[in-house]
Design a protein around this ligand. Sequence first.
Ligand SMILES: NC(=O)c1ccc[n+]([C@@H]2O[C@H](COP(=O)([O-])OP(=O)(O)OC[C@H]3O[C@@H](n4cnc5c(N)ncnc54)[C@H](OP(=O)(O)O)[C@@H]3O)[C@@H](O)[C@H]2O)c1
Length: 333
Amino acid sequence: MQAQGKPAQLRWGIAGAGGIARRFCRDVNQHGTLGQVVAIAARDQGRADAFAQELALPLAFGSYQALAQSLEVDAVYVAVIHPEHAALIKEMLLAGKHVLVEKPAVTRLKDWDALVALAHERGLLLLEAMKVMCFPAMRTLLARLPELPGPLSLRAAFGSVQSREGKLFDPALEGGAAWDVGVYPLWLYAAFCKQLGLEAGKPEVRLQRAPGEVDLSAHFTFDGAIRAELGASIIEDLDKAAYLSGQWQGQPWTLVIEGKWWNPQGVRWLSGAPDAPWAQEIALPVAGGGMQHEADHFAHCVAEGLLDSAWLPQALTRQVLGWVERGLTPARD
Ligand SMILES: NC(=O)c1ccc[n+]([C@@H]2O[C@H](COP(=O)([O-])OP(=O)(O)OC[C@H]3O[C@@H](n4cnc5c(N)ncnc54)[C@H](OP(=O)(O)O)[C@@H]3O)[C@@H](O)[C@H]2O)c1
């Protein structure tokens, strides 16, 4: 029975006891307001038990199937490596669970279309966990975007030096820069275009990739209504701030999304900051790692009976997925 005046809490289960799962669990259980992680599932009972003990969870399952069958879980956060996402999403949807899946949601457009259709058919919510879109600083910037004088251009990247032995360098595990981190700046660009009702267009894609290997870096250039230079790398540390520029009264202006831009804590004017109302700085730091915001947004959508989200639209996942899939296609020939 629900406490009086307290909104219904979404009961989360996590599939995969890895790195990001821990962060999600901590953020939701320490800082979330609309849900609680109650269960962890791993391919191995011992790993699930250890995770549950470490994070004080009441339920630990030694298989993803057991999580799917649990009556004590409403929604599953899919936090396994991305080649496993599609099959696991399907299993959870067929078991009646809402699904929030880590990025990249899947690595085949046709899989996303089929899974979204299945979710809609079953009356369940399926969203990609593009957490940056749910940070308060990003929501505020998006709300103010229409006031910013254009034409706009965006520069954003996500790159860091990763272990050569790790999964990201394995083509069989769909590693590579574009799938792992390229999706972040592509989402940012897609969200800006959507917010302004502008056609996103198609990118010119440059890859650093040897035959049979993963892309070590990927660069996406858009030349449309918003110009964009978007980078991704798994071998190089790239700038962690994102920059949006435009023109006002013949003068250029630039704002910077600060923090690591994919965990945005604020927005500051770098240059050309006039005393215009639209040039106000934004300072909205988050508690913890900030993943509670996507979890709370997801829970809100479930409570409202929504099958899609205005903040994490399934169509944007589709758009980004398509750009990456097409950009990488020659590797699959
Ligand atoms: N939003 C973010 O900030 C963020 C950050 C990092 C990663 N991610 C995304 O989150 C997902 C997980 O990333 P991660 O870094 O947390 O991964 P990870 O720790 O390397 O692995 C996560 C889990 O994948 C599971 N897994 C299932 N099948 C596997 C297989 N065949 N080989 C190896 N592992 C397998 C394992 O689950 P068991 O515990 O059941 O063995 C493992 O614990 C990815 O989609 C990644 O892109 C998101």
